[in-house]
Design a binder for this molecule. Structure first.
Ligand code: ARG
Length: 250
């Protein structure tokens, strides 16, 4: 058999090869987005993405290191090689996809809205929120912000650095509504939002979530897509379904 020198170099430079050589998978994530990544009472980072990352490392036969990183700087962190991959509930957007590559999606979500209970009495659809008298909070640099600015031109949009700060603003009466990924809002309603907020739960957007890696790395992308298909389709392994039930269905 004949192997081209350029093919060997592609593999040598592949992030996957580097992970195997160092015996460690480094994952960048922002632990503020339940149920994908969050801190438990002891401060440990847990969630859907963390389980996914553990499974990935196990299949690679390497150890896992989580590198907590603010979402605003997470693509920058990947590009400057602070970690190998972003597994952080990241929506595959066409703009992000110009900078990074995405593996095939693992979940599809959409943006939904949590509204102050009293305000909700006057709201029939999300369109009624687009009024000068309303203040809508969302996180800086996420798809929620993009959607807020696109759908709500008249309302005032305010942004914060964490999901928790955004939604607190509504609980404290300083904002009227919060826009964010549906799974977060569902969990918030089952806990702190109960009796205080109303969930407008029809998704406004179509958002596949995917793992992001640096461009120009076909070997790593190939491994990830085959990994993803296996955990989704392998009924005997039953990994993805169990993960889904553990974190996304109550
Ligand atoms: N899906 C949204 C986005 O991609 C929010 C993701 C935020 N992730 C996080 N781990 N805090 O913009």
């Amino acid at each position: 058999t004949f192997v081209f020198a350029s093919d060997i170099n592609i593999w040598k430079n592949s992030t996957l090869n580097k992970i195997l050589e160092r015996g460690e998978l480094r994952v960048g994530l922002d632990p503020g987005y339940m149920p994908f990544e969050m801190k438990d009472k002891k401060g440990r980072i847990i969630g859907y993405d963390v389980d996914m990352a553990s499974k990935m490392a196990k299949e690679m036969g390497v150890k896992l290191t989580i590198i907590p990183t603010s979402f605003d700087g997470i693509i920058g962190g990947l590009l400057s090689e602070k970690f190998d991959i972003i597994i952080s509930g990241m929506t595959i957007t066409q703009q992000r996809n110009l900078k990074v590559n995405f593996a095939d999606p693992y979940v599809v979500i959409g943006q939904t809205i949590l509204v102050d209970k009293d305000v909700a009495k006057n709201i029939k659809s999300y369109k009624d929120l687009d009024n000068e008298k309303y203040i809508i909070s969302t996180r800086t640099g996420v798809t929620g912000e993009i959607v807020a600015r696109k759908f709500f031109k008249k309302a005032k949009i305010i942004t914060f650095e964490t999901e928790a700060d955004c939604v607190s603003e509504v609980l404290n009466g300083k904002a009227h509504a919060f826009i964010y990924d549906q799974p977060y809002n569902v969990l918030f309603m089952s806990d702190k939002g109960k009796d205080r907020l109303v969930h407008l739960d029809t998704p406004l957007t179509y958002e596949p979530l995917g793992f992001a890696i640096r461009k120009g790395d076909p070997d790593f992308l190939n491994w990830l897509n085959n990994f993803m298909r296996q955990i989704k389709e392998d009924k005997l392994l039953d990994f993805h379904q169990k993960l889904y039930e553990k974190w996304l269905v109550d």
